[in-house]
Design a protein around this ligand. Structure first.
Ligand SMILES: [Zn+2]
Length: 424
């Protein structure tokens, strides 16, 4: 592709900053060069007819597991980013439960080399909070900061309060974000789905809500004291929503994310199948409703998928014995559009904010559709109806609780730095 050639996204509905308007967008040499009501077409232009389609900043997923280096049977940076492009994502932030974990520049470099070689969309890794993600020794924040989205021990909570306090002090001193997976190990008691009605009825061991919100409650106080930027990963309980709502009211620098499955399902939707197993688990209807309210009132800033692929074998052992985690990159937009926008719970503009604009604001990623900005853009066909068939995913991971769902809204084009990386 000639990067000097202009690509004109013609007559799309640009959804940006809470507003929608029909405009043309011209892209050349990796950047947006013009946004105007009617751009005159020149002989060499490539024109993409976007009439009736939504044009927005490329989606950003703050929480994905790309599994490289170390776990490439589950996913690779090549397949994970191809899945991201298929879903309309132009940037994903990769979690550090890898081998080796990115806890030093040397270990991080292995991941950065694979990204440079194989990634189809932008990948910003998280560094770990603690060495080997073991929860004991805080990493060198200053050394790692230039190369990472933030710091996370995702996959595990940081159990020791003194260690988290030290990490938050380092985050505050270096202007970094801590993205916390909150989970109190001693409250888990061998649980693997939500400790609720479904677990009781079917004789499963449950994970209590307190295992999540107790650590959020602890961390809010630590973050307030340290004055650091604190982002809570994948919240799933009504108590978490209430705690974060109150912390925001007090002025704590806190943001948070939840996933499409927590907003659209409850534990009574579970089936005896590994594709319904993830951590945190899908919780009660009251939790789901509180999360939706948290989205509506701005307590929850971001929808992130926690895309966590595993092999078919690892997901084939039922609820008790399958690995934790489901894929999400290729269903996220359509689930949110079908279940929250089409039903009138949130507006399309709000959905774009949750999936693209808010993560960009919080992590300082730029990417507005405006002259001079990097051309990271997604185009969606809101009329397209489709059924979730995991065999069609580009991800190696096929386990999703949305299998068989009839959805509406499909990505038809994804562009990264002006280059088309996915086209329907
Ligand atoms: Zn996590």
């Amino acid at each position: 592709m000639n990067m000097k050639q202009r690509i004109i996204l013609k007559s799309g509905t640009l959804v940006q900053n809470g507003e929608s308007k029909i405009v043309d967008v011209a892209v050349a040499d990796g950047k947006v060069v013009l946004v105007d009501e009617n751009i005159a077409i020149e002989a060499d232009d490539k024109v993409v007819d976007c009439a009736g389609k939504v044009v927005c900043s490329g989606l950003v997923d703050l929480h994905v597991h790309l599994r490289e280096p170390g776990l490439s049977a589950k996913e690779t940076i090549a397949t994970g980013t191809a899945a991201a492009a298929h879903g309309g994502f132009t940037c994903v932030c990769s979690m550090p439960n890898l081998s080796p974990a990115p806890d030093t520049l040397e270990h991080l470099q292995q991941q950065l080399d694979i990204i440079a070689r194989d990634a189809v969309v932008k990948v910003l890794p998280y560094a770990t909070i603690t060495e080997r993600r073991m929860g004991d020794c805080v990493v060198d924040f200053a050394a790692l900061k230039p190369y990472v989205a933030g710091f996370s021990d995702d996959g595990s909570g940081v159990q020791q309060e003194a260690v988290m306090a030290k990490a938050m002090k380092a985050a505050a001193e270096n202007g970094c974000i801590i993205a916390a997976h909150c989970e109190v190990d001693e409250l888990l008691r061998g649980g693997y789905i939500h400790d609720g009605e479904y677990a009781q009825k079917h004789g499963h061991r449950g994970i209590c809500s307190e295992s999540e919100w107790q650590q959020i409650e602890r961390d809010i106080e630590l973050a307030a004291e340290a004055g650091c930027r604190y982002h809570v990963c994948h919240i799933s309980t009504k108590e978490s929503v209430a705690l974060i709502r109150e912390a925001k009211r007090r002025g704590v620098q806190i943001t948070c994310e939840t996933g499409p499955h927590y907003l659209t399902m409850c534990d009574m939707d579970l089936q005896e199948d590994g594709r319904f197993k993830m951590n945190p688990p899908i919780r009660s209807a009251a939790d789901r409703d509180a999360l939706v309210e948290g989205i509506q009132d701005g307590t929850i800033d971001v929808v992130a998928t926690d895309h966590a692929p595993h092999t078919a074998q690892e997901k084939s052992r039922g609820l008790e014995r399958s690995a934790m985690g489901v894929v999400g990159l290729e269903t996220s937009f359509a689930v949110i559009y079908t279940k929250l926008v089409k039903t009138g719970i949130i507006t399309l503009e709000k959905a774009v904010d949750l999936l693209a604009e808010a993560p960009r604001r919080i992590f300082g990623l730029g990417g507005k559709i405006a002259q001079g900005e990097a051309a990271d853009i997604a185009v969606f066909d809101l009329d397209a109806e489709w059924i979730v068939e995991p065999d069609k995913f580009l991800s190696k991971g096929k386990a999703t609780p949305f299998e068989g769902w009839q959805l509406q809204g499909e990505c038809c084009l994804t562009m990264v730095d002006g280059k088309i990386v996915y086209e329907r």
